[in-house]
Design a binder for this molecule. Structure first.
Ligand code: ADP
Ligand code: MG
Length: 229
């Protein structure tokens, strides 16, 4: 799956309160890439991720997946598209508190009335080290374990691409490093496209390709070697 963003801009508010969160971002993501988006807080990373994943609409610009313009889809088509082809991992985990880990992981399939591929479920939960935690509720799990359940949920429908927004932002450095190692392991074994947002230089360096955000402007490459437009 080939993703192409052209001149994506997002302006929030109006008049004196206007904020240009993203200014004319151009980005192409090829199938199977592991891309990190690094930048300080407020630089527009989440805005970019919301636009790239069809969670929000730009003020201007075009986004296509394999040539299909996403923002032209109807609401229902767009949500189905997101549910089937995109996996999301958030800083706050966003697990359902009354569901067990297993039920949380299987949730995206229920919504689509699909059966789990049990061999795939077993492999995912094994790589993520949560096989003995599946009957527990989220509050019975550590932060790192909750995020690993959320990662399994993001992957269970076999999406083409996974977007992670500061996946280690709520974790101590040890469990954060563990979560990133597992994500990278899954990327290597399963070959899905992975886009990770972070303000952590060390985490950004784990990715094969790095882009940097600063004041709403995206540039390709490392901080030092960043080339402008
Ligand atoms: P990051 O994820 O890099 O911390 P964001 O994309 O969340 O940055 O925010 C970029 C800029 O846009 C910030 O100045 C932020 O305050 C502003 N912003 C983000 N979301 C909104 C919103 N819903 N309404 C108004 N301003 C927003
Ligand atoms: Mg953010």
């Amino acid at each position: 799956m080939f993703i192409q963003a052209e001149n994506l801009s997002k302006i929030y508010g109006s008049g004196a309160n206007q904020v240009t969160a993203l200014h004319k971002a151009n980005l192409e993501i090829a199938s199977g890439e592991f891309l990190s988006i690094m930048g300080p807080s407020g630089s527009g990373k989440s805005t970019l991720l919301h636009l790239l994943s069809g969670l929000d609409f730009p003020t201007e610009g075009i986004l296509s997946y394999d040539g299909q313009e996403i923002y032209k889809l109807r609401d229902r088509e767009l949500s189905a598209f997101r549910r089937r082809r995109i996996g999301f991992i958030f800083q706050q985990f966003h697990l359902m508190p009354i569901l067990t880990a297993r039920e949380n992981i299987l949730m995206p399939l229920l919504l689509d009335k699909k059966q789990a591929d049990s061999a795939y479920f077993d492999e995912l939960t094994r790589i993520l080290g949560i096989r003995d935690r599946l009957a527990h509720l989220p509050h019975e799990l550590s932060g790192g374990q909750q995020q690993r359940v959320a990662i399994a949920r993001a992957l269970i429908a076999k999406p083409d691409i996974v977007f992670a927004d500061e996946p280690t932002g709520n974790l101590d450095s040890k469990s954060g490093a563990e979560v990133m190692r597992m994500l990278k392991d899954i990327w290597q074994k399963m070959g899905r496209t992975l886009v990770v947002i972070t303000h952590d230089y060390g985490i950004a360096q784990m990715a094969a390709r790095k882009v940097v955000m600063k004041d709403g402007i995206l540039s390709e490459g490392d901080q030092k070697g960043a080339k402008g437009e």
